[in-house]
Design a protein around this ligand. Structure first.
Ligand SMILES: Cc1ncc(COP(=O)(O)O)c(C=O)c1O
Length: 477
């Protein structure tokens, strides 16, 4: 046993992500292409992350202008930047210690920015109050989740602490639960019903922990990743009643709240629904809601900034959470600024508004087009079936793989959908992720790919996928 494994059993228990095999392979293929090795494609299309800039989406001009002016304030003397950009940068720099983004901020975040985040939440939730002291910014929402988990999960407890998580579920969250020593107990979303969350399934998952684990929390992603469901108000109410009855902490990952495009669907926050359900639920259910500058139209994943809003936390727990957060280094200040810009975009009448509006509308149109086109193509291919997508940034079609392909994967010691993804990468230059990374239901296979990319890249991707898939099914049938 290595020293690391002896020291850290939680790390030892973490599963090896098969996506890592693919990422390594993608690096190698990219290098070969750079060196002029001939392949049936000139570049790899990497849609394995929800990282829009990686897939060629351009940053929002307003955001980058303000960030540039904050990094290099001399730019503020140039009239090349719109006046509202300069004013915004000045205001933000005034809120930084020493007027520089190079200084640390308060651990929870720059107070001005926290106030504006709380203003955004209040407006989003139809005037429901949000209190700045309950909001903490971190280096990405995943970090915020880890902070809450550190308070909730006792890694040395017996029985072990369990967290109910959706199946399928965002893989980094699964790793976060495991890294703090929690047991991941999946509740499966119903694929046949468009990935609907069924309350009976929550009961089944919880019952499975009886006498074995100590379940403390329920994690939910709405809108979903990788399944593109958007929960209805009724479904959210049911979940809230369930966690209240079972005394579970509610972890609501709401980072895709700006991405809802399913006909008559709309995003409603857990916090809002909880408040509108009234007492006693509204005063008792403990909730953490997460959001991120990596998502929305910003897509500034590399700047690393997210926040958590805590609702109804027990005072003692809140005290520990605050201590934990206040002992940490602050989130990157540039990331905090990105969050501020996300929460407060240019408004009609501002000089930057027309361009901002054009850029975000273009993204909306692109996303709607990509979803429609991808669903059409994928559902026309034998061996593929994709549920309608209502929100989020992914397609997660089910793959019905021929027996021979499953057998071949077994021989290679990898999961069947990883086998498919490796071939897709090698033969078609498309990097997608295998469903086995997302706690999919045993015996099912899927692939996940990000749909937030340029229309022409999506067209090329679908072309390559169609050719590859047809050949693959023929080869293994
Ligand atoms: C559901 C979900 N939550 C959180 C994150 C990570 O956000 P951040 O970059 O803020 O850590 C992602 C990223 O893909 C995600 O899909």
């Amino acid at each position: 046993m290595s020293v690391l494994q002896e020291i850290c059993p939680n790390v030892r228990n973490m599963k090896n992500l098969e996506g890592a095999i693919l990422a390594r392979q993608a690096c190698q293929i990219k290098e070969e292409l750079r060196q002029g090795v001939r392949k049936p494609y000139r570049e790899v299309i990497d849609v394995s992350f929800s990282d829009p800039h990686r897939t060629g989406v351009k940053p929002l001009t307003f955001v980058r202008q303000v960030l540039a002016a904050c990094i290099y304030p001399q730019l503020m003397n140039s009239n090349k930047l719109p006046v509202d950009v300069r004013q915004r940068a000045q205001r933000l720099l005034r809120a930084c210690y020493g007027g520089s983004i190079g200084s640390y901020s308060e651990a929870a975040g720059i107070p001005d920015i926290i106030h504006r985040i709380s203003g955004f939440i209040t407006k989003r939730d139809g005037g429901l109050p949000s209190y700045p002291e309950n909001i903490h910014t971190t280096a990405g929402s995943q970090w915020s989740l880890m902070n809450v988990l550190k308070v909730l999960v006792n890694s040395r407890a017996s029985p072990r602490t369990a967290v109910l998580t959706p199946g399928p579920c965002y893989s980094t969250a699964i790793l976060s639960f495991m890294s703090v020593g929690a047991v991941v107990v999946p509740y499966y979303l119903s694929e046949k019903q468009g990935w609907k969350l069924q309350i009976e399934e929550l009961h089944r998952a919880l019952d499975s922990t009886k006498g074995v684990y100590n379940p403390v929390a329920l994690y939910i992603i709405n809108p979903g990743n990788p399944a593109g469901l958007v929960q209805s108000r009724k479904s959210i109410e049911d979940v809230i009643k369930f966690v209240s009855e079972k005394r579970l902490f509610l972890l609501a990952d709401e980072v895709y709240q700006d991405y809802v495009y399913g006909g008559n669907k709309e995003f409603v926050s857990y916090k809002r629904v909880l408040a509108e359900m009234g007492p006693p639920l509204s005063d008792t259910v403990e909730l953490a809601s997460f959001h991120s500058a990596s998502k929305g139209f910003l897509g500034e994943c590399g700047l690393r900034a997210g926040y958590v809003e805590l609702v109804n936390l027990d005072r003692a727990v809140m005290k520990h959470t605050n201590t934990l957060i206040l002992k940490q280094a602050c989130a990157p200040v540039l990331g905090q600024i990105a969050l501020d810009l996300m929460m407060n975009p240019p408004q009609p009448g501002d000089p930057s508004y027309p361009l901002y509006s054009m850029e975000t509308q273009y993204m909306q149109t692109t996303l709607a087009h990509n979803v429609k086109k991808a669903l059409l193509v994928i559902n026309s291919l034998p061996g593929f079936c994709c549920q309608p997508v209502e929100g989020g940034q992914f397609l997660f079609p089910r793959l019905f793989l021929p027996h021979k392909a499953v057998q071949k994967a077994k021989e290679a010691g990898i999961q069947p959908d990883t086998f498919y993804c490796i071939r897709l990468l090698e033969e078609a230059g498309v990097l997608a992720s295998p469903g086995c990374e997302y706690n999919q239901k045993e015996g099912t296979h899927h692939i996940r790919f990000c749909i937030m990319t340029h229309m022409d890249i999506m067209e090329e991707l679908l072309k390559r996928l169609t050719t590859f898939h047809t050949q693959f099914m023929q080869d293994f049938s």
